[in-house]
Design a protein around this ligand. Structure first.
Ligand code: SAH
Ligand code: SF4
Ligand code: F3S
Length: 439
């Protein structure tokens, strides 16, 4: 009997990468591999990398270094490094120099070549396949979905925005939208499987979906309208949005469609107009606040989340305070806060007035403390309220009740059935966690 072969994939970065790893798993399963959670057992190890911040990159570099020992023990082991990090200029050469035991370095524009490579692998030495330009979108890729509640669906690739701090446009290329009919077909198939409570549409800036077709018809709302007509018990969410393109038409659409998730992620990055300008975000804080006003007014029970960068070059104490004011105004249900990280090749890396690390650290701590306090006040206002929820388990395996806008309420006891719809009374909060019982 032929020996079973195993793959091990480790994913860094955003949902886009998580979903790419689902495609890589699909290819490897097709080639006869089975999944393993143990590196030591694997016949092929794939690192799907991210380079959004220096910390991500350093961590990955160290982890690649650790693979040397495994390769020594098992000469047959295939090691693949792919994803955003590899697409950076000069990175393939650097990896070759530092980690000659890696077998394949493959860029973001040609991930499908991974299957060909593994199929025809004959023990070759270091090889890199990094194409400079984005390719045609490939359809009909096999996907092995690893999240059993939430299915990711790409609607577009790349980014045209060139925010001055961000590496993504350089490593993911220009915006390319998938055809409406291809997306509809994929979502129809997922709906038929009848096991996903959420379908998340992925793109770096989903609000500019379809504009590259230049047909004066296709846009994000047009796509959502088609998707909302698909029968099935699932919510549609999307990420990420860019405030400059988040239209009133979209707000109205979400407000009037039950299928649309009430959890919206709308990255603001900073509350200072000066900083936003130097970030090339192309909106002001008052534009952002007016969007938030519209969203709260029209979309009942919405929960908003955002991304913030502190310590962008030139960020003064006043700029930082403007960001704090914006948090107080918008009352996000949670935030993702980051310390600015210099990325080679981006404009902001050459800005002269870089903020010292100590100041950045102080600001991020202040930011999280402030947000914590805002959340505590917001959550306290829910005590005594009864909310319609679906029973789920959290990542620790505990039973929780999820509201339609993605808030979690911890339930005591074990007598619940996953997927049940229940009215839940919020009793108290403990360390920013809601605690409740079935009403
Ligand atoms: N396309 C998405 C996500 C981009 S990356 C969007 O525009 O929202 C996710 C987040 O990482 C960004 O929103 C930003 O807050 C953060 N980020 C990007 N580049 C960064 C850098 N150089 N340093 C620190 N944080 C960064
Ligand atoms: Fe990066 Fe800006 Fe594009 Fe988001 S919109 S991926 S932050 S360049
Ligand atoms: Fe995502 Fe990181 Fe690439 S955030 S797009 S995996 S650089």
């Amino acid at each position: 009997m032929e020996k079973k072969k195993f793959y091990y994939i480790e994913t860094f970065g955003c949902q886009m990468n998580v979903h790419d790893s689902e495609k890589i798993a699909g290819m490897l399963i097709d080639l006869g591999y089975c999944e393993t959670a143990q590196k030591e057992r694997a016949d092929i190890i794939v690192f799907n990398t991210c380079c959004i911040r220096e910390t991500a990159e350093l961590k990955i570099m160290a982890k690649i270094g650790d693979l040397k020992a495994l390769k020594k023990k098992n000469k047959e082991l295939i090691i693949v490094v792919c994803g955003c990090m590899t697409q950076q200029q000069g990175m393939a050469d650097l990896l070759k120099k530092r980690f000659p035991f890696v077998n394949l370095v493959i860029g973001t524009h040609n991930l499908d070549l991974l299957e060909e490579y593994v199929k025809s692998y004959t023990g070759s030495k270091f090889k890199s396949i990094v194409l400079e330009k984005e390719q045609e979108i490939t359809e009909n890729t096999k996907i092995y979905r690893t999240n059993h509640k939430n299915a990711f669906v790409n609607i577009m690739y790349g980014c045209n925005n060139f925010c001055t701090y961000c590496i993504v446009p350089y490593v993911r290329g220009r915006e390319r939208s998938r055809k409406v009919e291809d997306i509809v077909r994929e979502v129809e198939e997922l709906a038929k499987e009848n096991k996903y409570s959420q379908i998340t549409l992925l793109g770096q800036n989903v609000n500019s979906y379809g504009l590259d077709f230049k047909d004066n018809k296709t846009n994000f709302v047009y796509l959502l309208d088609k998707l909302c007509k698909i029968k099935g018990d699932f919510k549609i969410s999307f990420m990420s949005s860019h405030p400059k393109d988040f239209s009133n038409e979209l707000i109205d659409f979400i407000a009037s469609h039950e299928k649309m998730s009430r959890a919206i992620h709308l990255p603001v990055q900073s509350g200072s107009d000066e900083v936003l300008k130097r970030m090339n975000r192309r909106y002001t804080s008052s534009h952002y606040k007016s969007l938030v006003d519209e969203i709260y007014k029209k979309i009942k029970g919405v929960s908003l989340t955002t991304d913030i960068i502190v310590g962008f070059p030139g960020e003064s104490e006043k700029d930082f305070n403007d960001t704090c004011d914006l948090l107080r105004y918008c009352k996000f249900s949670s935030i993702f806060g980051f310390v600015y990280s210099k990325r080679n090749g981006t404009p902001a890396a050459t800005f002269s007035d870089q903020v010292p690390y100590k100041v950045k650290k102080e600001r991020i701590t202040k930011l999280f403390d402030l947000q914590h306090e805002i959340q505590r006040i917001e959550l306290s206002s829910l005590i005594g309220k009864t909310l319609e929820c679906t029973i789920e388990r959290d990542e620790k395996g505990r039973f929780i009740a999820k509201t339609f806008n993605n808030k979690s309420i911890k339930l005591n006891g074990e007598n619940y059935t996953i997927g049940d719809k229940k009215s839940v009374l919020v009793k108290e909060i403990n360390k920013n966690e809601l605690i409740g019982e079935i009403a």
